[in-house]
Design a protein around this ligand. Structure first.
Ligand code: AHG
Ligand code: MN
Ligand code: MN
Ligand code: MN
Length: 340
């Protein structure tokens, strides 16, 4: 939008990507094409999800994925759509997906193999998909380091601070795509009548604090002491700090995250008895959202370390996650570190 006289009343994602590309004069356009490939897959998955009640794609595949989760048909379908779009686009050389145990090298098609790695949660919140509650897709993009001729899993296991882009799609009351390339966070709303994502939320900033907390309180008894104290603190009456907070937790991380990004708040998935390392996966849930939240002025940690500094060891490793408004994340860290 630099220098562009705003003649039309809207900017499409395609135009926005091209405008952004112009900031990098020597860019080949490969990254722009990769983002476009992802947005095409998002429109296809959106179409499938909007039809889910009408065609036989509710329910489970009968399979259990590597996480021991019953795989929903839409988990598998979203996975296939994104893999197909990325393979067709040719800019991606390796995919790491929640729904596939191993990293997936996209066939070396000889000429100019893709130099980008995409980590993917094809369908987030899939336990909700049969009950018509919003679900999402989360993606994280790294460059294949120059020293690699061909992509390997270790090339994908880079700390979140090395991401070149991260984003999510939320299939909610409207379908939105929100992403960052390290120059702030922008949100686009799909106009189904023309099949285009339109810039609707330029330069998203998360409020420095908020009065919403998102956590599955069913696990309260297995929370560590500091977290129990934070939750009790959140429920005390104190008008000056907007307490008692409201609790909002719908069981789709993308939706809970998106609401807190716009309104202010904190999402927490701590270590629990059932998930001693936390439940969310570092590579395709915590890292991409941590990049986005920091670019919007927020904070993301595992209670002690910045998420983006964690050096990954496994594709599907989990991490405790505290993410959202900077002051709220700092406050829960103080409780967890015994400073309050
Ligand atoms: P996914 O559907 O990709 O496996 O992710 C589900 C995650 C996250 O979306 C959600 O916030 C969380 O699981 C809910 O977990 P609980 O049901 O244990 O609260
Ligand atoms: Mn899952
Ligand atoms: Mn998920
Ligand atoms: Mn998922």
């Amino acid at each position: 939008t630099r220098g562009r006289k705003v003649v039309e009343e809207f900017i499409t994602l395609e135009q926005f990507i091209i405008d952004q590309q112009e900031r990098f004069p020597h860019s080949t356009g490969a990254f722009s094409r990769l983002l476009r490939d992802i947005s095409v897959a998002a429109k296809i998955v959106n179409r499938d999800i909007r039809r889910a009640g009408l065609v036989d794609i509710f329910g489970t595949t009968g399979k259990v994925n590597i996480h021991g989760e019953v795989q929903q048909k839409l988990d598998a379908l979203a996975h296939e759509e994104f893999v197909r779009a990325l393979r067709r686009g040719g800019e991606c050389c390796l995919i790491g997906s929640e729904e596939h145990a191993e990293a997936i090298p996209l066939s070396a098609n000889g000429e100019g193999d893709g130099r980008y790695i995409v980590l993917l949660d094809p369908l987030d919140g899939s336990s909700n998909v049969d009950v018509n509650v919003s679900v999402g897709t989360i993606f994280s993009i790294y460059r294949l380091p120059d020293e690699y001729e061909t992509p390997t899993l270790e090339a994908a296991l880079q700390p979140g601070s090395k991401q070149v882009a991260a984003g999510y799609i939320v299939y909610g009351s409207s379908t939105m795509l929100v992403y960052t390339t390290g120059n702030g966070v922008n949100g686009f709303t799909l106009d189904p009548s023309i099949g285009e994502f339109i810039l609707s939320h330029p330069n998203i900033r998360i409020p420095k604090t908020g009065s919403i907390y998102s956590i599955n309180e069913g696990n309260f008894n297995s929370f560590e002491e500091g977290l129990k104290r934070f939750i009790r603190w959140a429920q005390e009456e104190d008008k000056a700090t907007g307490r008692p907070f409201s609790t909002r937790y719908i069981g789709s991380f993308v939706s809970d995250f998106h609401r807190n990004l716009l309104k202010g708040g904190i999402y927490m998935y701590p270590a629990t008895k059932k998930n001693p390392e936390g439940k969310l996966r570092l590579m395709y849930e915590a890292n991409p959202m941590a990049f986005i939240v920091e670019q919007a002025g927020g904070r993301a940690s595992d209670g002690h370390r910045r998420i983006l500094d964690i050096v990954p060891e496994k594709l599907h490793q989990r991490t405790p996650l505290f993410i959202g408004s900077e002051e709220l994340v700092r406050t829960v860290e103080e409780f967890l570190q015994g400073k309050r």
